[in-house]
Design a protein around this ligand. Structure first.
Ligand code: DX5
Ligand code: ZN
Length: 214
């Protein structure tokens, strides 16, 4: 059984508290929170202060997806938000191993994120240091993009690489109901959804998404 992780980046920022309440009423266990710096990706979203404020107002587990240049400069602030899961882009730093160790030492779950052009083989020497691999199924930064079909092969290959270990596979970007089913079949455990959940019928969409990944 896979889980749907709503991406708060897709929610209505003017109704943030109501959106959090809605997700909690729908028994959401993990909330995906994007952190973008305008440099590593062109967009800018939720800094550590905003994430800490949301965390205080919620009982959900927070999964912070860091899309930052020089993540080593920001990791302490991200840890201070209280997020239980923190992921770092493999491509964003020469010190990915160091950052993963910092996350683990703080008692949080550590994830490594792979852009669409990055092969899964780069995680070979990180397998002892991660709790999850986040496979980007779009190029990070902008919502509303189309799912990259080639990602299905990467999910399957990653599943083989992590076999026998307690490592989860997360996917993020361009997921709708039909694609949620496909990524689940390919081996995804955690499926991030933004636009296809926060639409004009969020309750129905969320329930339909959950039903296809059971
Ligand atoms: C994009 C973010 C995603 C985004 C996904 O860079 O990492 O988490 O919210 O949005 P959708 O599901 O609409 O592609
Ligand atoms: Zn994300």
């Amino acid at each position: 059984m896979a889980q749907i992780l709503p991406s708060i980046f897709g929610a209505d920022i003017l109704r943030l508290r109501d959106e959090i309440t809605f997700l909690e009423q729908e028994q959401t266990q993990i909330l995906h929170v994007d952190l973008m710096d305008g440099t590593y990706v062109s967009n800018i979203a939720f800094g550590p202060n905003q994430i800490a404020a949301m965390k205080k107002a919620s009982t959900m587990v927070f999964d912070v997806h860091m899309m930052l240049a020089n993540p080593e400069r920001h990791i302490d602030d991200v840890i201070k938000t209280g997020a239980e899961m923190i992921s770092v882009h493999y491509e964003s730093t020469p010190h990915v191993h160091y950052i993963l160790q910092k996350i683990k030492k703080a008692g949080r779950k550590a994830g490594v994120v792979l852009n669409p052009g990055t092969p899964e083989s780069v995680i070979e020497y990180l397998l002892d240091d991660i709790d999850y691999v986040l496979i980007m199924t779009i190029n990070p930064g902008q919502p509303g993009q189309t799912f990259i079909e080639k990602s299905l092969e990467k999910i399957r290959n990653t599943k083989k690489m992590v076999a026998g270990r307690d490592i989860q596979i997360e996917v993020d970007g361009g997921v709708n109901i039909e694609i949620a089913k496909k990524v689940k079949e390919a081996g995804a455990d955690l499926i991030v959804v933004g636009g296809a959940l926060f639409n004009s019928t969020p309750k129905e969409s969320y329930q339909a998404l959950k039903a296809v990944v059971q």
